[in-house]
Design a protein around this ligand. Sequence first.
Ligand SMILES: Cc1cc2nc3c(=O)[nH]c(=O)nc-3n(C[C@H](O)[C@H](O)[C@H](O)COP(=O)(O)OP(=O)(O)OC[C@H]3O[C@@H](n4cnc5c(N)ncnc54)[C@H](O)[C@@H]3O)c2cc1C
Length: 381
Amino acid sequence: MERFEAIVVGLGGMGSATLFHLAQRGMRVLGIEPNGIAHDRGSSHGQTRIIRKAYFEHPAYVPLVERSYTGWAELEALSGEQLLQQTGLLTVGRADSDVIEGTLRSAGEHSLAIESLNPDDLQRRFPMFRANEEMIGLWEGDAGFLHVEDCVRTYIEQATACGATLALGEAVESWKSTEAGVTVTTQSGRYGADRLILCAGPWTTGLIPGSHLLIEVRRKVMLWFDAPDERFHVGHGFPVFCFDTPGGFFYGFPALANGLLKVGEHSGGQPLPDPDQIDRSLRPEDQTPVLEFLREHVPDVGPEVRAHSVCMYSMTPDEHFIVDFVPDRSNVIVAAGFSGHGFKFAPVIGSVLADLAQQGRTDESVDFLSAARRFPGASHT
Ligand SMILES: Cc1cc2nc3c(=O)[nH]c(=O)nc-3n(C[C@H](O)[C@H](O)[C@H](O)COP(=O)(O)OP(=O)(O)OC[C@H]3O[C@@H](n4cnc5c(N)ncnc54)[C@H](O)[C@@H]3O)c2cc1C
């Protein structure tokens, strides 16, 4: 049985970054992935992911996302790839909405540059959008998007350049941990390691027998539309955007080289008991809320859907991530529950997981992501 210092299970956003950090530190590592690199079966596909600093979800994420900006820049410098594009982010909502209040709170606590736009400013600066009278805008100039598949591919290329081993086309079926180490069984092999890191996205709870992790997997759909004219293209001032509306929370990106712009709904989504049974077809109910949003707020875009892709969110009850040791296991670590907003953090999560695997602890402030935290309203066993 081949033996490694660490095994990473799942090479999506989090696993690819973790494999890189471990390999870069000189550890003998194996990454196991059944679906190939930068595939479209999990949660890390669909062209783009938003990156932003003024984190409405909680100010504790701000230092982590600042580390991630540095991490993405380091990966770009190592590889020569452009992975992050700074387009700015326009966030629109009622002044008293959690999104607007949360963004301003994080910006205030961490001295981030955020510009407030009243409805007149909004109309003048961004005539492609329509806001309701009671809505305001916030402008974050440093924000933008990541080329999601390129990020995963680049992490894997850099990890293998540092000596990481890959087992592609293999799925982990089970693992066992004792004080002497961990044994992992796939359908075609067995591997040993000192540490095991579970980054299997929507499949993670299925890999932890009797898992106490309260993660609900949700089916989410991304839609692509024709850009009406060049004002909607990247590089022409069209930003990444988020709209918190009474009908839901929507986001979108400028059109890329294919001339299509992507729009999705962050709220909602259908709970999915088994990630392998996901329906990847486009249903009428996948389109209706987005088309209504576009009609009201980006009226020049739509209604013909040119392309779609189905993806999965792994939601925790408080929508914060889980990054910790598996309870009662000192050599098994889990990173899951990224709740539809985790990709931008891949560099810092990869580094934290490498710290936990290498030293059993990390200096990053991730206690709020502990697996043992209590979720209000959830039943704890
Ligand atoms: C539609 C959509 C929009 C999003 N928008 C944003 C955004 O704008 N900004 C942002 O920061 N985040 C966003 N997110 C969230 C972000 O993309 C995810 O949090 C992140 O990609 C999760 O990465 P992961 O590595 O945990 O999971 P995944 O990428 O799903 O990786 C898990 C991997 O494990 C593998 N695997 C499964 N079973 C096994 C097994 N038995 N053995 C070995 N490997 C296995 C899978 O094949 C997969 O490759 C969005 C997510 C979606 C779905």
